[in-house]
Ligand binder design. Structure first.
Ligand code: HEC
Length: 230
């Protein structure tokens, strides 16, 4: 193969790779952008409340312990607040729902997945969770009954009953329900990677240090070479 052919082959492979990945990404429904701030204590606490009051009726977050909740500075929860949340459960226990998987299967036909890692585990992450919670609609093809049709769930037929009652909500409640969906998406994004804020802060210091080091080395180079005639 001559040089031009090799180049052409390489370009063709690159174009093919690019277009197949673009096709893969375009699969699935359009996701709404979640408005989340995983450094906002107010949003995370509101999200925790939605999670414990609504979602934990069926779901768990077994990798998040009650003592862990107390340790995250982002949540800023006192021991008393955590004691109230955990009730009789031990401080070292994960956030387990009272609904057993067997009961859930009997009632809904499927076990609700653990939500500890749902944001890193789903394409679209927090946007997917937000869009799922606000994605209950009437089936445009009238095949799937109301309450089981979800715009973004793969295949659209979901076993989860519309948890925020989005489908039948009064238009005056839209803003509040959107906020609940955003808040719980923020909380799930936070627990899916609870050290993300710390890591970003360290990252900023590392970048600042590297910039400073570059400046120092550049001055040093100028100093060392200044007497050398070019
Ligand atoms: C009445 C029980 C119930 C409640 C309450 C509930 N869920 Fe679910 N959830 C389910 C079931 C059952 C499934 C499995 C659905 C399926 O795969 O068809 C599910 C699935 C999910 C999924 C995974 C979807 C996927 O892509 O596999 C997410 C995310 C989710 N729920 C989030 C939430 C959030 C957030 C809340 C609280 C606002 C909540 N759920 C409240 C029962 C519930």
């Amino acid at each position: 193969m001559n040089k031009t052919n090799t180049w052409m082959a390489m370009i063709a492979v690159a174009v093919m790779g690019f277009s197949t990945s673009a096709m893969a990404n375009s699969g699935g429904a359009h996701l709404e952008k979640a408005q989340i701030d995983v450094t906002s204590q107010e949003q995370l606490r509101r999200g925790l409340t939605v999670f414990t009051d609504v979602c934990m009726g069926c779901h768990s977050a077994k990798y998040i312990t009650y003592s862990g909740l107390m340790l995250y500075p982002e949540l800023g929860l006192s021991r008393e607040a955590v004691d109230e949340l955990r009730g009789e459960k031990s401080l070292m226990s994960g956030m387990i729902s009272d609904l057993t998987p067997a009961d859930a299967i009997e009632s809904y036909g499927k076990a609700p997945p653990d939500l500890s890692l749902i944001v890193p585990g789903r394409r679209g992450g927090a946007d997917y969770v937000y869009s799922l919670l606000t994605g209950f609609e009437h089936d445009p093809h009238n095949k799937i009954p109301d309450g089981n049709y979800n715009r973004v769930y793969p295949g659209h037929r979901i076993a989860m009953p519309d948890p925020l009652s989005w489908l039948d909500h009064d238009p005056s409640e839209t803003e509040e329900l959107e906020q609940q969906a955003n808040d719980v998406a923020a909380f799930l994004a936070f627990i899916g990677d609870p050290h993300q804020n710390e890591r970003r802060a360290i990252g900023c210091w590392v970048v600042a240090f590297l910039i400073l080091l570059t400046l120092v080395l550049w001055r040093l180079k100028v100093e060392v070479w200044k007497d050398v005639k070019h």
